[in-house]
Design a protein. Sequence first.
Length: 298
Amino acid sequence: MSLLKEIGQLFGGQGESPGNYQEDLLRSLLVMAWMVEARDPYTGGHLWRVSRFSRLLASELDLPDSDVARISLGGFLHDLGKVGVPDQILNKKDRLTDEEYEVIKTHPDVGWRMLAGHPLAGLAETAIRAHHEMPNGKGYPRGLAGTDIPLDARIVGICDAFDAMTSTRPYRRGMPIEKALGIIEENLGGQFDQTFGERFMALGQAGALHHIVGHSDEGIPLHECMMCGPTLVLRKGQQTGDHVYCRSCTGEYVTSLEAGQLVTKPTGKMGKPQDVEPEADNELISRLVRESAHALLA
């Protein structure tokens, strides 16, 4: 019996249908993760992208639908523990020192301690705790090696690293897809699982990752802040004339339609504090919940 079905039996008599209660539980997890991501203006869409990459790779491996859904959720939740990383480290506009990197390395265990009391913690435990473990045993936090690293974590770890390489940070631009795939190839069996890495590379070489790289949602690429790079996040339903703000420099942009596509243009103004407050993308989260719950409850 799936964990979600067990939860439904335990709590289904609380005035709502079991399915609704379980979806609410899933939503609470995703909102928690999204609000953690929102602390870093340069990672807009990172959780969505890792979740999509993970879903693609898990599907390519012909795993059962319930496993694919669980791994996709793990991809969205993997960085939950970064809530414990101080802002001056998380948002540093330069490379981290060795001491700062040691702080970053605490986030898998912090994430698990945060999640441990949640009724659905078991769905994401391995992705959260082990996505930085490596087949050669040189990862963290526990130095697991080979197949001692759980399946979910081996998949999410590849997808997380690929997105980090292809995403822009304050100190560097994101690298081309081909270069990132080359780095994965060079590190097969060391940093990355051999079999899963080869399957991921095949997806990339077939062009199956292009619609995710550099996007914050399906069909919505990140837009460029003229000062900071690709930090402007648009949402489904965004309209012409809407104002969008860079959460790094607070620069204000307005949307307009060109050749059938929404574009963003600077207004020359800066946003107020309330303009750059993080706000969960509830529409995106609801879509992920429906997609995952359907498979996990099947």
